[in-house]
Design a protein around this ligand. Structure first.
Ligand code: SF4
Length: 349
């Protein structure tokens, strides 16, 4: 019975699947699947017919059937892909083009088992982890549809990557490896809400990718008000672990994500606490204005954002003040929740 997407296999898996005397074919298949974005064995023109038939028999090849819609932003060049792998396993992926790079924000779970109070995904029903193939298909579909390469990957879409650790890391390694997309580890970021066992494993395994820690407040009591996970894995424990093991990570490997919420986490005490943690961990800070409006939370004004940003930057921390790309298509941070599209929509082919 076919139960696995072909995209879930890495080169080693293909080598085990193939007959021992035809190992070079494994590299060919792998090349088609992971470099040339092939979605069907029929596209693999240099393989013998019998092998294409065997591939079709042994694996799932859904083609583009999971693509529900692509919504393009009228405000910027971003696009949001809505995909359904199974009737109840729906996700979104966001295409973020910049001047000299194309970033893709990929999902790792359908919904999320956590419920950060500012995040639309957390309000959805959690329906399961994505396989490595389902994670990679988001990249390959985007490359095909946009007819451009993806230069940066951020695991910051739906779900908590460290609650789907094995599949996320398998996908990240395929994206990085020479037999996959060859994307530099500096351009692949795994973002966690603070799952300490996952962080420990990531460090222990010396994973080479960037690690982004979603803090959103560096004051534990305040953080607990917007992130339930603070009660399970307190930030003080995470900071202690990362501090004790900082030498295991590269200088530029660690980043703190911070969503700015008006009248909540943007005072001088908040800035001080954030600065201290970032300084202690030698981490960059990525500031993101709130994009949702749950529980009375509000987005700060541009001048409030500027003041907060300057108050930390002036103390010598590298701090990125990110705009909110894809906001008009509900594709910005915290907005992924499969709302019915209302804008410029391209239906699946
Ligand atoms: S912010 Fe991340 S971890 Fe929190 S609910 Fe949303 S998807 Fe889940």
């Amino acid at each position: 019975m076919k139960t696995e997407l072909a995209q879930s296999l890495n080169l080693e898996d293909w080598q085990s699947w193939i007959l021992p005397d035809a190992k070079y074919r494994a590299a060919q298949i792998n090349h088609w699947v992971h470099k040339k974005n092939a979605l069907s064995p029929d596209e693999m023109s240099d393989l013998p017919l019998a092998m294409r038939e065997r591939l079709a028999r042994d694996f799932e090849w859904p083609g583009e059937s999971m693509l529900q819609s692509i919504r393009f932003s009228d405000a910027d060049q971003t696009a949001k892909f809505s995909l359904a792998f199974e009737p109840n396993k729906k996700i979104e992926t966001v295409w973020l083009p910049y001047e000299n790079r194309q970033s893709l924000c990929v999902s790792v779970q359908s919904g999320c088992s956590l419920d950060c109070s500012f995040c639309a995904t957390g309000k959805m029903k959690f329906t399961g982890n994505l396989s490595a193939g389902q994670i990679l298909l988001q990249v390959y579909l985007a490359r095909r549809r946009m007819n451009k390469d993806v230069t940066n990957i951020v695991f910051m879409g739906m779900g908590e990557p460290f609650y789907n650790y094995d599949n996320v890391m398998k996908a990240a390694l395929i994206l990085h490896s020479d037999f996959g997309s060859g994307i530099s580890t500096r351009r692949i970021t795994v973002s966690t809400s603070g799952v300490l066992p996952g962080i420990e494993r990531f460090v222990r395994e010396k994973q080479p990718f960037k690690l982004a820690l979603s803090l959103h407040s560096a004051i534990p009591e305040k953080r607990a008000k917007i992130m339930d996970i603070e009660k399970k894995f307190p930030m003080d424990d995470i900071v202690k672990f990362l501090y004790d093991n900082r030498s295991e990570l590269k200088p530029n490997q660690l980043m703190i994500e911070y969503i700015m919420i008006k009248d909540f986490n943007m005072g001088s005490e908040d800035a001080d606490s954030l600065f201290k943690v970032a300084k202690k961990l030698d981490a960059k800070i990525n500031l993101i204005p709130l994009n949702t409006a749950f529980a009375g939370m509000e987005r700060p004004s541009d001048s409030e954002i500027d003041t907060f940003w300057r108050s930390i930057r002036d103390r010598g921390i590298v701090i990125i003040n990110r705009r909110s790309p894809a906001k008009d298509i509900d594709g910005a941070c915290g907005m992924l929740a499969l709302k019915e599209s209302t804008g410029h929509n391209e239906p699946a082919a």
